[in-house]
Structure formats: C-alpha cells, structure tokens
Design a protein around this ligand. Sequence first.
Ligand code: 3H9
Length: 681
Amino acid sequence: MSVITTHRDGEVLVVVSDNPPVNALSAGVREGLYAAIQEANGDDTIKAVVVRCDGRTFFAGADITEFGKPTGAIGLNPVIDAIEDCPKPVVAAIHGTALGGGLEVALGCHYRVAVPSAKLGLPEVKLGLIPGAGGTQRLPRVVGVEAALPMTTSGDPILARQAEAIGLVDKLVSEDSLEADAVAFARSVIGKPQPVSSSRTDKIAGTDPGVFDAFRKANARKLKGFDAPEAAIKAVEIATRYPFAEGLQMEHDLFQPLLAGRQSAALRHLFFAERAANKIDDLPKDTPILPVTKVGIIGAGTMGGGIAMNFLSAGFPVTMVEREQAPLDRGVATIRKNYENTAAKGRLTAEQVEKAMGLLTPSLNFEDLADCDLVIEAVFERMDIKKDVFGKLDGICKPGAILATNTSYLDINEIATATKRPEAVIGLHFFSPANVMRMLEVVRAAKTGPSVLATSMKIAKTIGKVAVVAGVCHGFIGNRMLAARQQQGEALLMEGILPARVDKVLTDFGFPMGPFQMSDLAGLDIGWTKETSDPTRVRDVLCERGRLGQKTGKGFYDYAADRTRTPSEEVDALILEYAEKSGHKRDDLSDEEILERLLYPMINEACLILEEGIAQRASDIDVMYVHGYGWPSYTGGPMFWASTVGLDTIVAGLEKYADKWPDLKISALLKDKAAKGEAFA
Ligand code: 3H9
C-alpha cells in the first residue's frame, strides 16, 4: 500500500501520510504527495486540500538515511512548489512535530493549523545543515527575520502556541479532532483570496541590515566552531536581499557543500549514535519495565539536589533524605533558587516552580524511602560509606525497588554485596550540574537484573537524559578515558608547558574548557588529603598552598571576585621550576603535539574499554563524550574523530610519544583496526 492515501470529505481532499516511525519525507512520501496535489488540480469538484499524517507525528523532516544516496524519486523542492502553486487552498494539519523538511512542506501550504501540543522547528543545523527546501526563504517571509534567525540557527523547535503568536500557525485546533477541524478550516477559506505565496514575493523589505551582525555577536559563544549556523544566517539575510527564486537557488548553493562536508557527516553520525545508545544488545525487547512512580534521593548536596530536580521537573514525587537538618534545608533552598532563576529567565512559570517544589518531601529519616520505586544515593564517594547506605536501603526499601548509586568511580559489584538483592543494584552516574547536563552513564553491574537495566534506560528518556550503558571498571567509560588525558596534562606541566597553553589547545579544538580550567571548577582537592599529598605533583603542591580552585579564588589560575580568570605567576613559576629540575626543555612542543599527547591516549583507553566489553559500541563513547564532557559535536565524538584522523596515525602517534607514558599499553583492537585500514564509523 502507498504511504500516501487520499480520501474525500465533501469538497475537501484529505491527503494522509503513513510512514512510520516519524513520517520522514522518504521517496515514496514525496511521490505520493506530488501525485495527490495533481489529483486536486485535476478534479474540479475538489475545492481545498488538507495534508496530515497518521501515527505519532507530522513530517519530522527529510529522510536522513537517504542523504548522499541517489533515490531517483522527485526531490522535495518540486513537491513543495507544487503545493504552493496549487490554485486551491492547501492546509497543513500539524500534530507531533513539524521539523525540517516537514516544516518546509507546511510552509509551502497556504495555511497551517496545529494542535496545542505540536512543535515546529528547523533542526537542520543540528545535523550540520541548513534547511534545503526553501525553509530559510519562506520562514522569514512568514514570521519575519527576527523570529526566523533563532529558529534556523539554534534548531530548537517552538510550541504551537508560540508559533501561532508569530504567525507561523494560523489556528490552534483540538487535540482530539485534528482532521475534522482542519477540514472545517479549509472549508472556511474556500473562495477567499489565497495568502500571497512565498514564491511570488520579492525580497523582504525594510530589514535593518545590522540585525545580522548583531545576532552573530550575541550568539558568538554558542555558535563557535559550527559551520551551519553561519550559513543559516547568510541564507536568511539573502531573503532580505533577493527575490524568492534567486534566494532558493542561493540556499541550495549553501546547503550542498554542508551536506558533503565533514561536520554534517559527524553530526548525522551522532544523531544515529544517540538512538543506537538506547539499544542494549543482549536485552530482549520484551523485558518487563518496572513501575516507577516515586523516587528517593539520598544526599541533598549539589549532586543530590541536581538529580532530584530532574525527577521533580518530570512530575515525580521525590523524597530527599539527609542526615542533618542544616544541609537538608540548604539543599531544598538551592533547588528552589535554581527553579526561581530559571523562572526569572522566563523558562518556567511561577506555578511550574511551585508544582515542582510541591512534589519534594525533605526528610531526615531513611525509613521514608520505604515506598520509593527508585532510590539514588549521592553521598560521599567512599566505599565504606556507600556500603553502609546500601546495607540500610536493603533493610528498608520495598521488594522490587531499584537501588542506584551515583558513584563516578567505585566498584558497583562490591557496593551490591552490601545487599541481599544485587540484581536491584545499578549505577546511575549523573554529570554535574545534574539538572543541566544531558548525559547519564548507566552502569550495569555483574548481577544487575534485566528489568532494572531496561527500566533505568526508560527512566533516563523520561527525564530527558541521553543514556549510555557502561560496565564496571574504575571510572567506567567517561572518567576512565578522562584520567588518561589528565595524566598527560600533568606530564605536560612537568615539561614546562603552562596550564593556559594546554587549556587553549583544547578550547581551540572545540572543548568548552581545558583540563586545568576544569580542575579549578571542580576543586583541586577532589581525592587529595594532607596525609597522602605528593610533593612531586604540581596539583598536590597547589592544594598544600590552599590553591583549591575557583572556590578559594585560586587554583591553576587566579580568579577575580567575578570569576575572571588570569594565569597565575606563582603557579607558572612553580611549574617552570619543576620542569627545570626534571631537565626538560621548555616550550619546545607544537600545539599539534600537545593535542595529540592529550587526545591519543584517550582514544587508546577507549579502545581498551571496547576490548574489555565495558562499552557496547564505539558510537556510545562518542555520545558520552559529546554530552558528558563537551567534546565538540561537529567532530563526531572521539571515536568518529579518531577515524577521520586515521587509526594508523593514532597508533603511530602513540608509538612516537611512547617514552612519555611508560605504562602505556596500546590496545590490540586499535592496532588491529589500524593495520586493516578500518575505521570506527
Ligand atoms: C531535513 O529535513 C533537510 C531538509 O531541510 C532539506 C532536504 C532537501 N529520517 O528520535 P526517535 C528515526 S533534515 C530518518 O527515537 P522520538 C530514528 O533514527 C531532517 N529517520 O523518536 C529512530 O529510528 P530507530 C530534519 C528518522 O519520538 C526513529 O525514527 N529533521 C528521522 O524520541 C525514532 O526516532 C530532524 O532532524 C529522519 N528525519 O523523537 C528531525 N527522524 O527506531 C530528526 C527520526 O531505528 N528527528 N528517525 O532508532 C527527531 O528529532 C526525532 O526523531 C523526533 C521523534 C523528535 C521526530
């Protein structure tokens, strides 16, 4: 059966797409839509057309799997032109998401009606592209340049109500009767003059040309390193300088090189990698999901509070337990402050803040966790403390509850031995700040039950996280790889390479911050004690001198009251002194060598992680590093990047610098793939 069918409702032709899962505009859909418009054109009894989709969503965009492949079918542009040229009013009836090419189809329609829960957007930049079927030319003509710029450059969708406010949606209709309401709307416009279609308009007049540079400047930090948003700004600017037909051609000329480029390949890889990460190879599809309606959090510190916010925001009642009243009160106050700050920025209403806070029950009593379906502990990172907590939970929690630890390093198999139900124990490693970072490392211990794992993955999605499954080892996937970088960062210091130089090499590569900026933010004293302090390590000496990072106003850098960072003369002098003592010549490394020294060991560690089965697949590691550690997404993540560099180059680099890491073990998997000329992506 065709993916596009048509039926009549009186004089209105209803065109329906059914192309699961997301009604992507695949070849068959495009052909079917084109044929349906011809049907409407050729039948005098048809006075109007409604285009809608079955299933969970309106067209969610071009079919990404078709990119770069010849389909032989009609392109999207001629389909949209045919819709726009139809002399009868065509109404898009939108539910779910109208995204990318899907919104471009809707923009080609003469009218758009949508249910209130629908979202509309042009997410192409997230795939390293710009809209390629007229979106950059039609959208600003419909909603104006100022509304079009953020939509085309951020890729974030807007809600139907907002779309109605800016004129993108003509009418909001009932969630329960989309087709009937759309048909009624179509009937109401029969015989009325059609809105002037984009393809017949000249350039958008009256735009202040300064608006584009002002937008670039205001968004410079967010857009740094990405090619597509700049192309999107240019394309919208074109709409203010050229008539539609020329603008369309220029949009095409901007789109094509992006499609063929490395950034788009990397971002499309990540799109599919994120979806693959959700799949657990050895877990049957019908694994029962456990009901989770109430959540317990142990620890009201930064981490516990942040974790709690994820669940409160998603509508779960949360019981947050602390040992003493003062830290509990502080934790609750911090959660409220965070919500109120978000509300002050207009991203939450006062009612939403109160609703979330109303779901929170602070407690000093572990027993209050008895009826929770999921309990996550975020207490001090020490094995004896964690085991004590899990022993208590075992005695209190109801049968079937999931007992999760937020540990970032510790052996979860050992933690599980503190209970008589190791199958209930799992790692849910949130990243700080836990209410903001999208990454969740789900750590599967040796005895974790299938339902516990499957439920954890489902919960991750419910609270808006990107989850990656890891096995148990010191630091799991993320922090184990980071340790390899950290070790080289310190080795570089010992060679007289200053923190600011190391950090700059990584920020130039695209990380939001380098290792020493990150240490200063996290606190240098994590894992440091006076008793075990090692005077041969720069970090330890800084801790001894009270330079604990941003919290003390000084760490690897000096900080002003407003947190402005400057290199520290004291620290730099100390490093040079160490380097001199060690006999290393200073500053004889190129930026390229510094980058290789920092990143190649991470790739090697990742390959060892794969060999050991700690990660399911290379693309999971990409997802984790992009969402958890700020690896620049336009390089596709560490494994995709390594493949573009060439795995043989990575191996050669590791061998070249072998004397810098005496205990280096080059991964057999990496060597093998390099020798065969293979890649990870
Ligand atoms: C574009 O439109 C270019 C045009 O301007 C110009 C062209 C000339 N194609 O995310 P989910 C699959 S660029 C193919 O888990 P959700 C996805 O891989 C496109 N497949 O569901 C997954 O497969 P599997 C612009 C797609 O409910 C399954 O659908 N549009 C596409 O959480 C379910 O996906 C976008 O960038 C696609 N376009 O979220 C929108 N989309 O089950 C991309 C999804 O085998 N899509 N799949 O793993 C999304 O943002 C989300 O999928 C959506 C649903 C919000 C729609």
